[in-house]
Design a protein around this ligand. Sequence first.
Ligand code: TRP
Length: 544
Amino acid sequence: MSSSKDPCSSAASSRGNWGSKLGFILAAGGSAVGLGNLWKFPYLAYSNGGGAGDQQGAGGFVLIYLLAVLVLGLPIMIAEMMLGKRTQTTPIGAFESVRPHSLWKHVGTLCVITGFLLLSYYSVIAGWTVEYTVKSVTSEFSNYDQAVSEEMVREQLWHDFVYSSEGEAALIIELGQKPESLSKALTDPKLNTLKQVVTDQEWKRLQQNEEGQAKLSELKKTLYPQKLFSEFIAHPWKQVLWAFVFLAMTVGVVIGGVSKGIERWSKILMPALFVLLIVLLGRMLMLDGAGKALSFLFRPSFEMVTASTVLNAMGQAFFSLSLGMGVLITYGSYMKKEDNLVSSSYSVVIMDTLIALIASVIIFSAIFSYNLVMKDGGTGNLFTAMPVIFMKLPGGILLCAAFYILVIFAALTSAISMLEAVVATFVDEFKWSRKKAVYIISAVTFVLGIPAALSYNLMSNVTIMGKTWIDFADFLCSNWFMPIGGLMLSLFVGFVFTKKDQREELPEAHCKWFPFPLFRVLVRYIAPVLVVVVLLGMLFGAIQ
Ligand code: TRP
């Protein structure tokens, strides 16, 4: 390494360090664990697994995701932390200090651009959790009775019929053959008459007696959250307002200096999140749909796997582990010389993956137990499936509020680290004061976030490559920028760092669970080649 300073020795005192190893792991874990685990992973599993119907499964997606985490995520995480730990500075400076006046520093620039874009739409989704906390506290979920229309009930009755064995037989008679897919049959105009007849009959049956009435009210309880959610995202100003509120909370933490704040808060929030998730998991496993949820998620099934499943799994691994954006360079720069990169990375990766899987089991148990139909590929499932359960459990309102508050905290620890990485870079590179950097950067982010907030309403018709702005921004960040950032990082650490540099950061004593030669092969060849293959596949349109 041609660095002029010996960073590991001097900088420790001036830049501050993590108070403890656990503190670092929880802070890096706090960055990793966020909406990616609680919202995005379950929804990707839902859409890549073919939705709830049709007896497909997400097992293939989950398996590919686990592989991506091990083969790409772990080595790139170690590489990213290593760069920060060794240079003790933020993304742009880290490259600059090792290879001054080279193009490498623009990998840092890419990290910064990704940070802006990511935080801009992340705040919008995080804003939803703020609205949902308010909704649960004001018990908005209990107004289901008048709110759900007959038409919505009929749609659900039709869905239940199509997916029943009786329905399957009727569809075959009506169409003269087995329908190609049950989800398509739901909206097939050829089935309109059958739909009318069936739903008329069922609707009448539900009106008839008390038992029917009770069933109807159950049905409305499951439908109401969907209605609430569609109405909510159709509301432009609420979207902008909550994104603003969330961003303001993030600013509030980062402005006060994060090193102490983050660590202290992470130590409280992360264990609380974990405990609540375990409690919920226990409760959910008692529901009827739990078995189906487990088999949907974990039965190895490759019917649904396509090239884009691989792309989605890889993008999600980068997203969920907060890789390729320079956050771990920044966090790594606060590590001490003797800290162990391997065990820290393992801890973060295991924590992050476990939480994504637990969240999925919880959400899918709800979906399958109540036969919920998730619209739009399940984008809203954290917001539409969870209230259904909470409405039915004793003390549900409290649990519901607690749940969404914890989702806010998970999102907040992630957002803090995004803002911190960008702010720290501006402070280091342009010598801005922290205050100035925080205000200017968050203002720009807020403005960038407005089209994301309007993507589900005023701007839902404005599309780029067939995607609304928020989907496009996420596509750019998760599927392009983060993988490219990660690719460059692994090449940089793999080839620009000498073997001796790497060895100093990964001494034998730390490498029990991750042999040094394996690290070298992964970071120099396997991870870069895999990322390049997937990126080329995307570029040439083989992967959508
Ligand atoms: N990992 C975060 C989550 O799962 C999202 C994220 C992606 C992130 N890149 C990041 C967070 C960079 C902080 C920094 O929600």
